[in-house]
Write a protein of this length. Structure first.
Length: 115
């Protein structure tokens, strides 16, 4: 069993920044997994926002390129998502998981971008 716990969300004004964290625990060798951040906005399907491979190669969906940065700390079993210049359309619940998403989803963390 693998547990994923996301944190760091909140309410922020357009143009603001947040840093999300996700800690993985349980039966996982974190360092060998490709990890991703996903989000689900109201009424929409969950989408992959960014992922980082076990050799730290990164990839982003077009809508967040240049604004979001994914990173990982294998010693802490943690993956981060640094989000800058946030826009109202970034409002969603954010989740982490492996890529592909083979683990049970955590609770996620709510990000709301509003003036």
């Amino acid at each position: 069993q693998v547990q994923l716990v996301e944190s760091g969300g909140g309410l922020v004004q357009p143009g603001g920044s947040l840093r999300l964290s996700c800690v993985a625990s349980g039966s996982i060798i974190f360092s060998i997994n490709n990890m991703g951040w996903y989000r689900q906005a109201p009424g929409k399907q969950r989408e992959l926002v960014a992922f980082i491979t076990n050799v730290r190669w990164t990839n982003y969906t077009d809508s967040v390129k240049g604004r979001f940065t994914i990173s990982r700390d294998n010693a802490k079993n943690t993956v981060y998502l640094h989000m800058n210049n946030l826009k109202p359309e970034d409002t969603a619940v954010y989740y982490c998981n492996a890529r592909p998403a083979i683990f049970t989803w955590g609770q996620g963390t709510q990000v709301t971008v509003s003036a």
